[in-house]
Design a protein around this ligand. Structure first.
Ligand code: NOJ
Ligand code: CA
Length: 714
């Protein structure tokens, strides 16, 4: 870590009523912490003189063994106040940029309440605020249960909000865009927009919660470093425009077990008057702990294909059996006949390996390779996945040998069916099996109701589970991609082998129920604020009846927009999700997917408005190559693309993959055009994006005159 400046100043104050203030390094953000006559702690936040958060309460109701409920919302006095600051630069193992600046001013407020101590640490960055509660080891606060965390976010207006319901099990929703005051009345509508309907007992919304004020402030509320604590949803008081923390309960109804010393995750409020700064923010990463792995050389950004989409478009199955054993009342699947549609068979997997090898992909994901799928599904969702026993037609050793010879790896798949107790019992055997057979990456999945019964996907027990898997995987030098896990909070800084997560509605929904074109213009402002997403883009055959007449859906995008996703949806793990035969049919467009990088020196957010459009340029890691992606919602748009970030006085060849003039996500999605032009850092491109469309551009430095001959100069 390169340290520019680190300062610390401790001020000892013993005050009962007092206000403490803190300004961000650039002075734009202003925080005031206050304790009133009743000892109630509050904070407020301003940006360039505008109110972002009005005075809002901080504190807890806790339960102590034998003593019952203790009120930690009032009766506090300040014991100490410590000011400090940091301005350092660190390098992530992989990321959107090579170097990240961590620049903040901090105030640590030590409070006492009837002999019980609680600290609140505020960190004010130029792009927002992070704060958390800390509990030192102490006699009167040893182990406790959180009954309620009383953290409020009192809004300064009835902002436009991008939200999904406060479901404890899933975040795979379509986003709603309403005023904050309209959230309650739109709750039922929001829930109906998901096909897999889960009962939701609360009226909260999930974070990252994105808002825009009438006077143009963009405000994002989330959390950082969610460790050993439940995820925070937000209660919405629509009458008073007040949000408050809603922790996901455990099976006993408690909202977090804390032992001292202990701390909560950081509560984050990212603010700007320019939407681009929300996407560029590294605040959440900065609030996570640095990685402590001694060796990270085995962690590699990865581009992969998979035996996957063919199941979604109805060309194959995960299950190997025809279920005749079930009809006979037998549970032993070996008595069953093969169904003849099992995708993960040796021959088919070899076809994918050949394709990956030919086109330079690192890995081939294979789903449905192991026993358990034949017993999974229906109401009971019993499952016996053991993660080490392949179906009879999947030859582990032969395939590993075949893949290794072709310079490709097979990616492991662990669908747990949310039977997590089962997975934890078998985890070490499963990872040992991977190590013994040459696998170094696993996609995990948690579809269904969590076992142990009563626990939730977003509760403390599961939060600890996901981290346990990432941490254990690191010991085996295994990279992890988790699906259906709690949404990320920047923990990939600490565990860089946890390459990506799904944790939002991804491509699979295109085949199941379809997706509105605006979805991916909202995701970067919401789900992606916490970390990379395994969105699984690259669907070039966007009308699915092509494969199977029963599949009536089509993607909510043009073909070109699918290419743009490789730039606009950040992930160091990117899938080319469509079928090899489809990529052969669209070989010229597929070239962009082959070329695009998955790790970056730098990122430039060129245009952004949540729900409407996003344009991003990125420079490939250690290469003189740039990639640009622009997307729009259901409306056609002209993107204004600038190139000022390119080194001066050089010529670049831009290959532009664009929607045709008649393209439209619904009526003419696969109509595209590819052209090459010469550009410099002074060029400007006004680029047409079709309704539900986009543009993808690759830029390479021209090495000699002959390369640019005959090409139009922009
Ligand atoms: C849901 C995951 O998101 C998807 O990618 C996977 O194929 C299925 N579960 C089966 O595990
Ligand atoms: Ca999923």
């Amino acid at each position: 870590m390169r340290t520019i400046i680190l300062t610390l100043c401790i001020c000892f104050v013993r005050l009962s009523v007092s206000a403490q203030t803190l300004n961000s390094p650039d002075g734009n953000l202003n925080l005031v912490f206050n304790i009133d006559q009743q000892g109630i702690p509050t904070y407020k936040l301003n940006y360039k003189g505008k109110e972002v958060i009005k005075p809002s309460k901080l504190g807890f109701e806790i339960i102590l063994s034998k003593l019952g409920v203790i009120d930690l919302t009032k009766g506090f006095t300040i014991v100490n106040t410590t000011y400090s600051s940091e301005d350092t630069i660190w390098e992530p193992v992989w990321g959107e940029q090579k170097e990240i600046r961590n620049n903040y001013k901090e105030i640590l407020i030590e409070l006492a309440n009837d002999g019980r101590l609680m600290n609140i640490r505020f960190r004010l960055f130029n792009d927002g605020l992070g704060f958390r509660y800390e509990f030192n080891k102490q006699e009167k606060l040893y182990d406790f249960i959180v009954k309620e965390e009383i953290t409020e976010f009192n809004l300064a207006g009835d902002h436009k909000a991008f939200w999904i319901p406060g479901d404890y099990e899933t975040n795979e929703y379509v986003y709603m865009t309403t005023k904050v005051s309209e959230i309650a009345t739109n709750r039922e509508k929001a829930i109906k927009r998901i096909k897999t309907q889960w009962p939701i007992e609360n009226t909260a919304v999930q974070t990252p919660f994105m808002m825009k004020s009438d006077d143009g402030l963009y405000i994002n509320i989330h959390e950082a470093a969610l460790v050993d604590y439940p995820a925070m949803h937000l209660n919405v008081d629509v009458d008073n425009l007040k949000l408050s923390s809603h922790l996901v309960p455990d099976t006993w109804g408690g909202r977090g077990d804390v032992s001292t010393p202990g701390k909560t995750p950081w509560r984050t409020i990212i603010v700007s008057d320019d939407a681009r700064n929300i996407l560029a923010s590294k605040l959440i990463l900065n609030l996570n702990d640095p990685c402590t792995f001694k060796d990270v050389s085995w962690i590699k950004p990865t581009k992969y294909i998979g035996v996957w989409w063919e199941m979604f478009v109805g060309k194959g199955t995960w299950n190997y059996t025809d279920d005749s054993h079930i009809k006979l009342g037998k549970t032993d699947f070996t008595k069953a006949k093969p169904n003849g549609t099992h995708s993960a068979n040796t021959e088919n997997v070899k076809r994918y390996i050949d394709f990956a090898s030919k086109h330079g992909f690192d890995q081939v994901l294979v789903e449905g390779w192991n026993i358990g799928w034949e017993n999974w599904g229906g109401k009971v969702r019993a499952n016996f996945f053991d993660f080490v026993t392949p179906y009879p037609d999947f030859d582990v050793k032969e395939l590993q040998h075949y893949a290794a010879n072709k310079g490709v790896k097979i990616m492991m798949h662990h669908e747990t069916g949310a039977s997590v107790a089962n997975y934890e019992r078998k985890l070490y055997d499963a990872f040992q099996f991977m190590t013994d057979n040459g696998y170094n990456a696993v996609k995990t999945g948690y579809v269904g109701w969590i076992k142990p019964k009563g626990e939730h996907h977003d509760g403390q027990w599961m939060v600890n589970h996901y981290i346990h898997v990432a941490n254990t995987a690191a010991k085996y030098k295994i990279m992890v991609n988790s699906h259906e896990a709690v949404r990320p909070t920047g923990l990939h800084r600490t565990y860089p082998n946890w390459l990506a997560q799904e944790s939002a509605r991804g491509t699979e929904f295109e085949a199941m129920v379809g997706m509105p074109p605006e979805h991916t213009t909202i995701l970067p402002f919401t789900r992606l604020m916490g970390g990379p997403m395994d969105y699984t883009p690259g669907i070039l055959q966007t009308i699915f009846s092509y494969y199977n007449p029963k599949k009536t859906k089509q993607a909510g995008t043009t073909l070109v927009k699918q290419l743009a996703y490789y730039v606009t949806i950040y992930s160091p793990l990117q899938m080319a999700a469509d079928l090899p035969e489809t990529y052969d049919r669209f070989a010229d467009a597929f070239q962009f997917i082959k070329d695009v990088a998955v790790d970056w020196d730098d990122t430039y957010i060129l245009e952004a408005e949540p729900g409407d459009y996003i344009t991003i340029a990125r420079k490939a890691k250690n290469k003189n190559e740039w990639f640009i992606g622009a997307i729009t919602d259901e409306n056609a748009r002209t993107a204004n693309i600038k190139f000022g970030y390119l080194p001066a006085e050089k010529q670049y060849i831009a290959t532009i993959y664009e929607d045709s003039k008649t393209a439209h996500w619904q009526t003419n999605p696969m109509s595209y055009n590819i052209r090459k032009v010469v550009i410099t850092n002074k060029s400007e491109l006004k680029q047409y994006l079709a309704p539900g469309g986009g543009v993808a551009i690759s830029l390479k430095a021209a090495s000699n005159k002959s390369e640019t001959k005959g090409l139009k100069k922009l």
